[in-house]
Design a protein around this ligand. Structure first.
Ligand code: ACO
Length: 181
């Protein structure tokens, strides 16, 4: 297994070019360069990059996977109505996963699972945080499989949520509760 040579660290400014390239390669949606700036400078976004120390091509600190997320107030999130208890009143927060990806040649080694665990650990460390959530396009079976395996619950289907090249696609909303349910 290559697990022992993979480590996780925050994304930094020197990663912007590669990060932008990987996003372009693996996502059907374009992200603005401002997004990558915000990620790399930690402006309202937390992030982890996976790097492979065993590479001998001089890229042993280059991201081969990433996860980006944002802390949001429960009241300002689109899922507040789906949460039980007094989420609306009590200043609860949530962590929203924006993007997650692993380059093709590194898939199926548990790297995305580890990146998700980093976010769950982070969310668990925030006293006000209730849950981690995300949207995934309905045809992305590998990702849906992964979220279910990681005990995320699918709580909503959003018809036509994504608009890609003039076509509407449904999305699923997945939630992982760190406190309560
Ligand atoms: N050996 C073999 N298989 C393994 C190992 C291992 N050591 N470890 C885990 N796996 C298996 C997992 O169990 C899982 O499926 P299975 O249990 O049924 O076999 C499968 O591999 C995937 O788990 P990971 O390895 O943790 O995931 P991976 O690192 O391959 O990344 C991802 C998954 C992110 C979906 C990847 O395919 C990808 O980048 N896709 C394109 C971008 C994308 O779709 N991102 C998510 C969009 S949604 C969003 O961004 C919010």
């Amino acid at each position: 297994s290559c697990h022992s040579t993979i480590s996780y660290r925050p994304i930094r400014p020197s990663d912007i070019e590669i990060l932008e390239q990987i996003h372009g390669d693996i996502f059907p949606i374009r992200y603005e360069s401002e997004f990558f700036q915000d990620v790399a400078h930690g402006r309202g976004i937390v992030s982890w990059a996976a790097v492979d120390h065993s590479r001998d091509d001089g890229k042993d600190d280059e991201p081969i996977g990433f996860i980006t997320a944002r802390v949001v107030l429960a009241t300002e999130s689109e899922i507040v109505d789906l949460l039980r208890y007094d989420s609306a009143e009590s200043g609860w927060s949530l962590v929203y996963i924006l993007t997650l990806g692993v380059v093709d040649s590194y898939r199926n080694h548990g790297i995305a699972s580890s990146l998700i665990l980093e976010v769950i650990k982070y969310a668990s460390s925030i006293p006000s945080c209730r849950a981690v959530y995300l949207h995934v396009i309905s045809y992305n079976f590998p990702a849906i499989h992964l979220y279910k395996k990681m005990s995320f619950k699918c709580i909503q289907k959003l018809p036509g949520f994504y608009l890609i090249a003039g076509q509407h696609y449904d999305s699923y909303l997945f939630v992982y509760f760190v406190k309560g349910c």
